[in-house]
Design a protein around this ligand. Sequence first.
Ligand SMILES: C[S@@+](CC[C@H](N)C(=O)[O-])C[C@H]1O[C@@H](n2cnc3c(N)ncnc32)[C@H](O)[C@@H]1O
Length: 362
Amino acid sequence: MAKNSINFLIDHIDPLGQGVFKKHDQIYFIPKTLPGERGQAEIIKSKKNIHFCRLVKIEDSSSCRIDPICPHFTECPGCHFLHTTYEDELKFKAESFKRMLAPIGSPEFDVIEAPERTGYRNRVQLHYHKRSQSLGFIKALQNRILEVPECKIFKSDLKPSFDELYRNKSKYLKKSKRPKGHVELYHRGDDEIKVSWDTRYASDGFTQVNEQMNKKLLECVSNALKDQHPKSTLDLFGGDGNLSRSIDGETFHIDMYPFERKDNFISLDLSEEESLAQFSTVVGNQEFDLFIVDPPRAGFKHLNAWVKKFAPKTLLYVSCHPQTMIRDIRQLEMPYKILETKLLDLFPSTFHFEAMTVIRFK
Ligand SMILES: C[S@@+](CC[C@H](N)C(=O)[O-])C[C@H]1O[C@@H](n2cnc3c(N)ncnc32)[C@H](O)[C@@H]1O
């Protein structure tokens, strides 16, 4: 056995979808493994007693293991659960979410599953390195790009453009003026596929990548608020107003990158502390019954200050990174009750999911 090889026995799956093996005071993370599995892994990177590994061989496999439908799965950093059934994937996600929720009183939650496990993304970003002529997903630990011409995660509408990129890869990379960068394919409801080279992710405005699950998310939002009848809503990190579109009453939206200037759409950087004072100047004495908060992965660290200032009756927090949602909720100083919590699987096959928590202030 090579010097940096280990024999493992997986204990559980962590929130990043990796198998965890502990021996003495050493912790090993081994992607693409399942609880109870034994085998060999290679340590790729270590930080003190924490080791990030690559699976080499499964010697004793779990009864939950299935053959992945994607030929790239074993190597690919994009999907994390195609070696098990969707039912088991949801079980692992629910176990992670349950552990995360402990600091806010372990509320019960529903799991809203996705109708499609693959073929759902309307936006996909591929990275390139001109010198190695590679195009695909970044394998951060190995500092290289994995080519994924058979990727199954995006909508079939993107397939012709995706295939064309790989077919004529050298022609496209030759045209690029940068040594490395990325290309994004986006399909939104019409027949047009937008291909953008080296622009910021979703540079023409954020939209949810899983349209079928976005519909379910909107149903959950609407059900959660059906008895609230807010007169005025503040949709923070509102994008194009997706979450508050069907809510009655007056709505103000804040986003750093509004699609276009519309009434009540305000452009502010909510990570800045001053954004609260700036917004207060714009809206004066306006009151808000309802806050909808849907930040990027970093969460909304000024949530408590905004709640104290406007004292909404209800807060509906939607998050693609439940850990930061829970951090923000823990910081709330106004007494509250959690009315409901949901795990919505907007990103099947990956460890990501969306969480929704509805809070009523007392
Ligand atoms: C997860 S998306 C939610 C968008 C919208 N609620 C939806 O459902 O489509 C997060 C939004 O936050 C915006 N955003 C990111 N960083 C921000 C910041 N620092 N201040 C304000 N908005 C920000 C993005 O432009 C994006 O529209």
